[in-house]
Design a protein around this ligand. Structure first.
Ligand code: ACO
Length: 328
């Protein structure tokens, strides 16, 4: 029996810290409102000359070093992002070139918003398990500051920039690494979180730019309700499928969107907050980068030990969602 393991993890967050207090100088908000409604204190903002692929590259380099592998060994490269460098080509191809991943590798982007990293993990897991590829590099990378409307206080206080990456490989040992994954999507909620223009429905025009159509629009309350419901369901189902109870999970890493969503999820699963990883106070919501960034921090700070069971749980625009169970 073989398993697919996460052999290395890495992350990167830009140096520039934007605090709630600084934001309150440009939009009508306050540190108190943002922190009490979301749990966010500050977020990182990429430099003007830093694109999504630059963040991805730094996270990938750290993940490869952690796995003690070189880019030349990678034959599958997936970038999950909602803020790619440009519409064409994929950010994965740009990262491939910058990183030195060989030309025979398969490289592509996926769009599953904040669930993107778990979607990439599931795709890579299946491909490695069936021997189609040997070593996969998966990256969640976002420069959300480039699609954030800095005049809209209902969204701009929530998002940040970062990247996280993982290297996957197959080992002969059973019952280790990715034990299971469950993904889903419900497109009837698509209008609750979207970017209206810049695609084939509303191509870029002077009108679309004037209407600020290239920025994220969100119905926060509806997203909040859906998030709590789908995360609880998918996390519970993942544990049931593996005959596990919450006390057997060493650490849950939920998508870092809002502390109230995370606390509600933990409470409904009967999981104490000490077993839930939270770093959104320092980074805000970094979409597809959020889970690998938290995973990297958790591992480097000693929160994950050999034999531990970790449950990753995500939701995002689409509405997409997913849960992945990992034994280290
Ligand atoms: N500062 C001050 N006041 C504000 C701000 C702000 N930044 N934003 C909104 N308000 C006001 C509103 O205008 C409203 O005022 P009103 O009552 O006079 O109309 C009031 O605060 C309450 O607004 P609500 O939207 O009801 O606030 P809520 O408690 O729902 O919190 C929030 C808003 C934080 C956005 C919450 O709904 C949320 O987190 N939703 C989930 C969002 C999310 O997770 N998005 C990420 C999805 S993942 C992805 O794919 C990117």
């Amino acid at each position: 029996m073989a398993s697919v393991i996460i052999a290395g993890v890495g992350s990167y967050a830009p140096a520039r810290v934007l605090t709630n207090r600084e934001l309150a100088m440009t939009v009508d908000t306050s540190d108190e409102w943002i922190f009490s409604r979301s749990g966010i204190r500050e977020r990182r903002i990429a430099a003007d000359d830093e694109a999504c692929s630059d963040l991805a590259l730094k996270a990938a380099t750290t993940a490869l070093a952690d796995a003690k592998m070189s880019a030349a060994e990678i034959d599958l490269l997936i970038v999950a992002t909602t803020s790619p460098d440009q519409p064409l080509p994929s950010t994965a191809c740009i990262v491939q070139h910058k990183l030195g991943v060989p030309a025979h590798a398969t490289c592509f982007d996926i769009a599953a918003a904040c669930s993107g990293f778990l979607y990439a993990l599931e795709i890579a897991y299946g491909q490695l398990l069936t021997n189609r590829y040997k070593r996969a590099l998966i990256i969640g990378a976002e420069k959300l500051s480039s699609v954030t409307d800095w005049n809209d206080r209902t969204t701009c206080v929530l998002f940040g920039d970062a990247a996280g990456a993982a290297v996957l490989t197959k080992v002969a040992q059973p019952d280790i690494g990715i034990l299971g994954s469950d993904l889903g999507a419900d497109g009837k909620f698509a209008d609750n979180l979207y970017i209206p223009a810049g695609g084939s429905r509303r191509p870029t025009s002077t009108k679309s730019v004037a209407e600020r159509g290239h920025f994220i629009r969100m119905n926060g309350r509806e997203v909040f309700k859906s998030a709590v419901r789908v995360m609880e369901t998918v996390a519970r189902e993942m544990m049931e499928q593996h005959h596990l109870t919450p006390d057997q999970i060493s650490l849950m890493i939920p998508h870092q969107a809002n502390i109230r969503i995370i606390e509600s999820l933990a409470s409904s699963l009967n999981m104490p907050m000490e077993k839930v990883y939270v770093n959104l106070d320092r980074y805000g919501n970094t979409s597809s980068a959020s889970i690998p960034l938290a995973l990297d921090e958790a591992r480097r700070s000693g929160r994950i030990k050999p034999g531990d069971l970790t449950l990753l749980v995500a939701f995002g625009a689409g509405l997409t969602y997913g849960a992945t169970l990992i034994r280290w």
